[in-house]
Design a protein around this ligand. Structure first.
Ligand code: ATP
Ligand code: MG
Length: 263
């Protein structure tokens, strides 16, 4: 294997890298032989800290695979993933789990809350799993910040979809992760609840300096982000800064024909 020589990069300042996320030639293939599907075909991408990025593209273009690989929930077959300047690829399973618990938060389309736990217990679960001390007030504080300070003792099945997703966001934020990944977080929500969720993600970036990467099919949702990264057939197919819903919809129309109808 080739070694990086100094000169290729600045090694004088050992401080933390300014990038929140870096992917270099990331490949992910599912299945084998004639059944093989290349979900990611050499994706190279760099996202700065404190940015909100939307990932868009036709169904099957590799968006979820990209997020899962970037978050350490899945392993690429090739390439490098760095979160917050630390390489994720290459380590063992235990190391990966520790890494994920410390630096990454994930929000799913279907919330993935544990139905037997209360809202407060769901929210602080990542702290417990990471073996971190759970301050009694932490759940209240973070749930209040997502507008659910009065729901601590409720179970998920007593909440609306939008409220559940806000619990999931509180859970993703509770460890103060560097990067929050969200895979179609508004996909199951009505317009009003979706807006609340998008504003919370935006606030995580603008107020708390976190980095958010969000997959969405909705050009309006994407317009809450600072930029959009487009995927097609497992490859990067462009990037757009300061996206407007119209500009995003227009670009999507030229990416593929099997795109679900947006807003
Ligand atoms: N576990 C798996 N086993 C086999 N193939 C898979 C698996 N997961 C994903 N794929 C394939 O990889 C490709 C990319 O899938 P992925 O889920 O990343 O797409 P996506 O862009 O998130 O699509 P959608 O918008 O429908 O959620 C698809 O062709 C899919 O069928
Ligand atoms: Mg997906």
């Amino acid at each position: 294997m080739t070694m990086f020589r100094s000169g290729a990069r600045d090694t004088r300042r050992p401080g933390p890298a300014p990038e929140a996320l870096r992917l270099v030639k990331v490949r992910r293939t599912y299945g084998s032989a004639e059944n093989a599907v290349t979900a990611l075909d050499g994706v190279t991408l760099s996202l700065a800290r404190g940015t909100f990025t939307a990932v868009m593209g036709p169904s099957g273009s590799g968006k979820s695979t990209l997020l899962q690989c970037a978050a350490g929930l899945d392993r690429p077959d090739g390439g490098i993933v760095c979160v917050d300047g630390k390489e994720l690829t290459g380590g063992g399973e235990a190391e990966l789990t520790r890494f994920r618990r410390g630096r990454v938060g994930f929000v799913f389309q279907q919330y993935n809350l544990l139905e037997t736990l209360t809202v407060a217990q769901n929210t602080v679960l990542p702290l417990k799993l990471a073996g971190r001390r759970v301050d009694r007030n932490r759940a209240r504080e973070i749930l209040t910040s997502v507008g659910l300070g009065d729901r601590l003792g409720h179970r998920p099945d007593q909440l609306s979809g939008g409220q559940r997703q806000r619990v999931a966001i509180a859970r993703a934020l509770v460890t103060e992760p560097r990067v929050i990944f969200a895979d179609e977080p508004t996909g199951a929500l009505d317009t009003r609840s979706a807006r609340q969720v998008l504003l919370l993600l935006q606030e995580a970036v603008r107020v708390h300096g976190r980095t958010v990467v969000m997959v969405t099919h909705d050009p309006v949702a994407a317009s809450y982000a600072d930029s959009v990264v487009f995927l097609a057939d497992g490859r990067l197919a462009g990037r757009m800064e300061s996206p407007s819903p119209d500009a995003v919809a227009e670009r999507l129309a030229h990416l593929g024909d099997d795109m679900p109808v947006g807003v």
